[in-house]
Write a protein that binds this ligand. Structure first.
Ligand code: IFM
Length: 417
């Protein structure tokens, strides 16, 4: 006998995207870096990915894979893509506005671009969906890159001016605002491992960035509230699941503590009191055997070789309960080109989320990452995260079978187990 697990009334269901990954035609620090690094990234693919991945995704050896270019052309096709989201039963949609379009030169704002995003918001609302607007999903306008990008001490000031402009222009239409997307991913990948622009490996800079990002969030939080009294403001936080390989083994446990502090805790501590809701972006399960991260052999993996560990989302949500704030899962998803694991991935994560709700967590929404296949940063186009497949040659969209299963959950607001 199957059982139906109900989600709270008015639960928000949807998918997320980000401007640079889907729009096409952007000019910012990433677009320039992609052109300068595409050849190198294609050459390095053989040493980065396992044989089965290289065989399955030969496009990783082509330099075009690494240039975002026209991406999914979502900038021009957003109406059609939002029709698909509506058809899939979504009642909310998360997307980002592109700073480099809105403020292409310092202090000079482009009204036409704001108008574009006003139309996008209207299109979302016209389809009965609640917009969640992200102000910064990693890309930096070229003028700001010259001034040091996010490592500049003045980044919070630049970001707050941009946020003020957007809040004033779009504030009437938007309730849910996300200031920054995954600041700790930028700290880790741009300033510690140095794989993303500006490719630095500098612990001191990385450490300072937490404060820069926290200040940026807090200033934007205050500005948005000043201009839009009904707004709900938060930042999108990537939260990892951590486990020691050997319990009560001091060094393994220490690594877990450090990981938890740097990834899951520090940004929350620094922004305490300045979040109307908390977010969860969950992708990674980390098991530490000092001094390394080790695999959990029995866990299935995504096309990117990321371990699939749905129980992690339960633990993360359960821990966030202590803050007594509403929680939105603003990203959770996997790269799965043949769609063989997505349905089970979504089901099991939602089941764990449902358990957390039953245990008292105030979870109010879930956004699958992503609505469309898109440009996965330094990995390029080969990882396929979409509920909807995109043919990058013809730009044709094809709804994946798992998207229809997810649609059933969105429409019924329940999980059949
Ligand atoms: O594609 C990214 C997104 O931009 C931020 N969160 C993680 C996703 C998958 O890596």
């Amino acid at each position: 006998m199957s059982e139906k697990l109900k989600f709270p009334d008015n639960f928000l269901w949807g998918a997320a995207t980000s401007a640079h990954q889907v729009e096409g035609g952007n000019r910012n620090d990433w677009s320039e870096w992609e052109k300068a690094n595409a050849e190198r990234l294609a050459k390095e693919a053989g040493s980065k990915w396992e044989k089965w991945q290289q065989d399955k995704f030969p496009e990783m050896f082509n330099s075009e894979n690494y240039v975002s270019g026209r991406a999914c052309d979502h900038y021009n096709r957003y109406e059609n893509d939002l029709d698909i989201a509506k058809e899939l039963g979504h009642n909310a949609h998360r997307f980002s506005v592109e700073w480099s379009r809105i403020e292409p030169e310092e202090g000079k704002f482009d009204e036409r671009e704001v108008e574009h995003y006003r139309k996008v918001i209207q299109a979302i609302k016209n389809r009965g969906m609640e917009p969640f607007v992200t102000l910064w999903h990693w890309t930096i306008p070229l003028w700001l890159e010259k001034k040091g990008g996010c490592e500049s001490r003045k980044f919070p000031e630049y970001f707050s001016k941009y946020s003020e402009y957007v809040a004033k222009k779009l504030g009437k239409e938007v309730k849910f605002w996300i200031t920054l997307n995954e600041p700790t991913s930028v700290i880790a990948s741009s300033y510690l491992t140095g794989v993303w622009p500006p490719q630095k490996k500098n612990i001191l800079k990385a450490w300072r960035l937490y404060k820069i990002f926290a200040r940026s969030h807090i200033r934007a939080y205050e500005i948005i509230h000043k201009n839009c009294p009904d707004a709900q403001v938060g930042f999108a936080n990537i939260l990892h699941s951590f486990e020691p390989y050997r319990r009560k083994w001091f060094l393994d446990e220490l690594m877990v503590r450090i990981g938890k502090y740097l990834t899951n805790r520090r940004m929350l501590n620094l922004t305490e009191g300045y979040n109307d809701f908390l977010t969860v972006q969950y992708y990674f399960h980390n098991r530490f055997r000092f001094p390394k991260k080790v695999r959990t052999e029995h866990l299935p993996v995504t096309d990117m070789n990321w371990e699939i560990f749905p129980h992690g989302i339960y633990r993360i949500i359960n821990k966030l309960k202590e803050h007594n704030l509403p929680i939105y899962i603003t990203e959770n998803g996997l790269a799965d080109a043949d769609d063989s694991k997505r349905q089970s991935f979504i089901f099991h994560h939602l089941w764990e989320m449902q358990r957390a709700i039953q245990d008292g967590a105030d979870v109010r929404g879930y956004f699958y990452w992503s609505l469309l296949d898109n440009f996965e940063w330094d990995k390029g186009f080969w990882p396929r995260f979409g509920l909807v497949e995109v043919d990058y040659k013809t730009l044709e969209r094809k709804i994946r079978p798992s998207a229809l299963k997810y649609a059933k959950i969105c429409r019924s607001n329940e999980l059949e187990v």
